[in-house]
Every structure is written in structure tokens, then in C-alpha cells.
Write a protein that binds this ligand. Structure first.
Ligand SMILES: Cc1cc2nc3c(=O)[nH]c(=O)nc-3n(C[C@H](O)[C@H](O)[C@H](O)COP(=O)(O)O)c2cc1C
Length: 321
């Protein structure tokens, strides 16, 4: 049996696997291009990039992808959201994913460009609103996901309700690291899955080596929630920074680069994400999903995609027998 394909608007991927966009600079051209080449949807995280950097990453990803599907993920909360979405559309990106907030305008920009628009949603209400505005699919992210969180519900609790609430492909995100996990999400009604943490710990991910090693070595109790100045909780690996944040012991922003539309100014999220990507595990914020504790190696994307397909096949054929 073959894994089902994933069609979103006018775009079809051979495998129902989206590599989640991961800012800042964790998912760039090497990761997104390799996932697309292997048959999934590769996603470049645009948040925190300069517009010309994003354009260059998109071009490079397309070269690596050899015709595979490449998208961008840009957080609505970032000040340069509109500018970055327009750069991606001008570069002819295959699809746009918008997380951390809701924008009405992006639906029209994508419609004008003929590009599928896929919001990340955490409730039936936002999923239905997205459908009315012209979404081509929705991504349902559960509380177990890495990064900023828009819900306190588990993905498998939320997903079936959203499948019932909209007439669109629904993608499940949060807690997926194996082909058996993919089967569980598809069985619950998902048209595909989005995986972040699993792809952060691959050879082609642009995270520093010690960032990836931390994923491989962490235990469930090492994964914690923080309060992000974006105004949402965020899931990350426990570090000296998360301990200091929990104790209220992090100095407020001294030099603001005005990167967010609205910022609580408790600390600079961009600065901490940039530091983590560069390997400063003391000062950086290492976003990770709760399932990072099940990750035990750092494969290439090609190895990982083959493994996911084999695991899905074993789970599916074993289940059918
Ligand atoms: C390091 C990291 C950075 C992330 N950055 C973003 C981001 O910039 N925008 C976004 O919408 N989601 C972001 N996410 C969420 C992922 O795209 C994905 O939905 C999530 O990781 C799925 O959960 P999982 O980690 O359990 O697979 C990030 C996740 C991680 C682990």
C-alpha cells in the first residue's frame, strides 16, 4: 500500500508530510529543499529573515527540491509579515503558511497570486473563519507542538472536531515523530501531518550541532512551557534561560529592534531564537515539541523520509492483517 498524496489547492505532494517552518533560521533552504525533493512539503521559516535573505533561500530551496513543493511559514505576529509574504509570492512560492496570529489580508494577497494559503488554527471557530476567507487547508496544531502555541488541547482531541467543522484538508501537527504517529493522525481524519521537532534534528536542519544534540539527549521532564512576549505560551527545552524566565529573573529588553507588531517586552524573542540557532544554549531559547524526548538520532532527510514511509507501511499493513 502507498501513503496517500497530499493536495492543497493547486499543489500536490507525493507524501502527506509537511516539514513545519521553524524560525529563526532552523528551517532554511537545505532542510526545506531536501524535504521537497524527498516528496514532502518543505517549508522555509521567513520570520526574522531580511526580505532579500528570504528570496535567496527560496531560490536555493527550489534548486535542491528538483520540482518538489516548497512553502514559506511566516508568523503573523512579526512586524514585517506583509513584506515577507509579498517577497515569497513574487518568488513564486508554492504555498504560504501563517502561524502565531490571524491575518485577513493574507488570504487576498495569496488569492491574487493564485497561491494556496494555509493558516495554523487552534479552534473550530478560527478554522471556519479561515475557510470563509479562502484557506486551501488548515493546520491543527496541538499543545504538544514545539514553538508558540495557540491552544491547550492535544492535537488528537482537536483534530476530529476541526475535520467535522470545515470542508478543507486538515493537517495534524504536534507530537508526530514516527510513521506510526502519521498513521494515527491520518486515521483520525487528517489529510496530512506537519512535523517540526523531528526535522529540527536532521543533518540538513540549520540548527547548531549542540542544539540538535540537546534534542537527542532530552527526557520528557526537560520540555517546558514559557511565556513568550508574542503573547502566547511557547514550548522549549529547559535551559538556564527557561529557569531564569520561570523565576522572573531575566532583565527586560534593553535594545528593541521592533520585530513584532505587539511585544510584551519581557525579553527579546528574536534575539533568544537567533542565539539558540547559533548554539548559545545558555542565552538562547531552544523551541522543541514534547515528542523531542522520543528523538534519538540525527538522520539525513532522505533517511528520515524513507524511515517514516516504512514505519507507516508496517503500522498500516500490520493493522490490516
Ligand atoms: C525550533 C522550532 C521553531 C518553530 N518555529 C515556528 C515558526 O517560526 N512558525 C510557526 O508557525 N511554527 C513554528 N514551529 C512549529 C512547527 O512548525 C510545527 O508546527 C511544530 O513543531 C509541530 O510540533 P512537533 O514539534 O511536535 O512536531 C516551530 C517549532 C520548533 C520546534
Amino acid at each position: 500500500m502507498e501513503m496517500p498524496k497530499l493536495t492543497i489547492g493547486n499543489v500536490t505532494a507525493r507524501l502527506p508530510i509537511i516539514q513545519g517552518g521553524m524560525a529563526v533560521r532552523i528551517s532554511l533552504s537545505s532542510l526545506a529543499g531536501s524535504v521537497a525533493k524527498a516528496g514532502g512539503i518543505g517549508v522555509i521559516a521567513g520570520s526574522g529573515l531580511e526580505p532579500e535573505e528570504l528570496a535567496a533561500e527560496i531560490r536555493r530551496a527550489r534548486e535542491i527540491a528538483e520540482g518538489g513543493v516548497v512553502g514559506v511559514n511566516i508568523m503573523v505576529a512579526v512586524k514585517r509579515f506583509a513584506e515577507l509574504v509579498h517577497v515569497a509570492l513574487e518568488e513564486g512560492i508554492d504555498l504560504v503558511i501563517a502561524g502565531a496570529g490571524f491575518s485577513r489580508d493574507v488570504f487576498q494577497w495569496c488569492k491574487d497570486a493564485g497561491t494556496p494559503m494555509v493558516p495554523i488554527v487552534g479552534s473550530e471557530r478560527v478554522a471556519q473563519l479561515s475557510q470563509r476567507f479562502g484557506a486551501s487547508a488548515v493546520i491543527v496544531e496541538g499543545v504538544e507542538a514545539g514553538g508558540h502555541l495557540g491552544t491547550d488541547e492535544l492535537m488528537l482531541d482537536l483534530l476530529p472536531r476541526i475535520v467535522d467543522a470545515v470542508d478543507l484538508p486538515v493537517i495534524g501537527a504536534g507530537g508526530i515523530v514516527t510513521g506510526a504517529d502519521i498513521k494515527t493522525a491520518l486515521d483520525a481524519g487528517a489529510a496530512g501531518v506537519q512535523m517540526g521537532s523531528r526535522f529540527a534534528a536532521t543533518v540538513e536542519s540549520s540548527a547548531a550541532q549542540n542544539f540538535k544534540d540537546l534534542y537527542v539527549g532530552c527526557a520528557p521532564e526537560d520540555i517546558v512551557l514559557i511565556k513568550s512576549p508574542v503573547g502566547l505560551p511557547g514550548r522549549a527545552i529547559r535551559s538556564s534561560l527557561t529557569e531564569r524566565l520561570a523565576a522572573g529573573d531575566v532583565p527586560r529588553i534593553e535594545r528593541c529592534i521592533v520585530c513584532l507588531k505587539k511585544c510584551g517586552k519581557d525579553f527579546c524573542i528574536m534575539d533568544k531564537l537567533v542565539k539558540a540557532q547559533a548554539g548559545d544554549l545558555e542565552q538562547g531559547l531552544i523551541f522543541a515539541g514534547s515528542a523531542a524526548a522520543r528523538i534519538r538520532d540525527i538522520p539525513t532527510v532522505a533517511e528520515l523520509m524513507d524511515r517514516l514511509v516504512s514505519e507507516w507501511t508496517v503500522a498500516t499493513e500490520g493493522g490490516a492483517a
